[in-house]
Design a protein around this ligand. Structure first.
Ligand code: ATP
Length: 291
């Protein structure tokens, strides 16, 4: 994937601009940043659902949306009603033929190939034990594995995952992160994953992309997730702390403003540490107490 001076506009406002990014084949990349900064929107641009407002975007050597089956996509968390009687296997099958009309003949070789591929991918994600049960009766982690299988079933070369760890408990976050890392390494699939917390995937990442209003930085986690880099990106004091068990804690990262603000207009109040309250500290203030 590559973005050259790319920008995106939604609802009449520019979310980010001047974004330059290169992702090589087989890399595992996380997209990070505050709520509303445009992480999901970046995924939509790469899918070709939303056009870039400026610059050039290439995905698997083609314009976004032109790579067809070679791109797998897991949207932001979907929940299934407990009464939904669809089996996990049927959910995976939708990734195979959900966009095609009609029912394949029961004895056709295409149907046999589909059944084999679905069984293989269910096995790959470790869901064989419960894939025959109704999806609505499964746990969040089990559902998420089946949705990853759905995104993988057509053997994509690129997997775009929008917060696949969201609302999973810690053991399931670790298990699903390990699964995605394994798919990346063993199947050679390039993975771009939107995440709120980098820690469950930190050890597996080749690259992170941090988005901010107005731009982005990308590089290895060690290059990007530092107080210096994030302070420069957000133009406000941000501190990156490392806990004794190696987890990173980012303190002082502002939320993206809800309304477009021209960068030359007076400063906007900031929201710190992902809390929905205004810290009332102007952009560029020392902010020492917040760290
Ligand atoms: N089609 C649209 N029309 C208008 N505004 C939109 C549209 N799509 C997204 N937005 C707005 O663009 C901003 C970025 O949305 P996006 O979902 O990309 O953010 P995000 O970084 O993924 O956020 P979160 O971490 O909360 O999921 C939000 O303020 C959202 O309300």
């Amino acid at each position: 994937m590559s973005l050259r001076d790319a920008a995106v506009r939604v609802g009449g406002r520019t979310l980010w601009s001047d974004v330059r990014l290169d992702v090589g084949a087989g890399e595992f990349v996380a997209v990070l940043g505050p709520n509303g900064v445009g992480k999901s929107t970046l995924i939509k641009v790469l899918l070709g659902v939303l056009p870039a407002a400026a610059g050039e975007v290439r995905v698997l050597g083609a314009a976004p949306g032109r790579a067809g089956d070679r791109v797998g996509y897991l949207p932001q968390r979907r929940s299934f009603d407990a009464s939904l009687r669809m089996r996990g296997l049927d959910v995976v099958r939708l990734g195979w033929d959900g966009d095609r009309w009609g029912v394949p003949l029961p004895w056709s070789s295409g149907r046999r190939a589909a059944a084999q591929r679905i069984a293989d991918v269910v096995e790959l994600v470790g869901a064989s034990g419960y894939a025959h049960r109704p999806i609505g009766m499964l746990s969040g982690g089990e559902q998420q594995r089946l949705l990853i299988a759905q995104a993988l079933v057509r053997r994509p070369r690129l997997l775009l995952l929008d917060e696949p760890l969201d609302s999973l408990d810690l053991p399931n976050q670790a298990a699903v992160a390990a699964l995605i890392g394994r798919i990346c390494r063993e199947e050679g699939v390039t993975v771009m994953m939107v995440a709120h917390d980098v820690n469950p995937i930190l050890s597996r990442l080749d690259r992170v992309v941090y988005l901010a209003e107005g731009g982005a930085v990308s590089g290895t986690p060690a290059e990007v997730i530092t107080s210096e880099t994030l302070t420069r990106l957000y133009r406000t004091p941000v501190e990156v702390l490392r806990t004794s068990d190696g987890r990173l804690v980012v303190v002082g990262q502002p939320e993206a403003p809800a309304h477009h603000t021209d960068r030359h207009t007076p400063p906007v109040p900031l929201v710190v540490e992902g809390e929905a309250e205004s810290a009332g500290i102007p952009r560029g203030a020392s902010g020492g107490e917040r760290a």
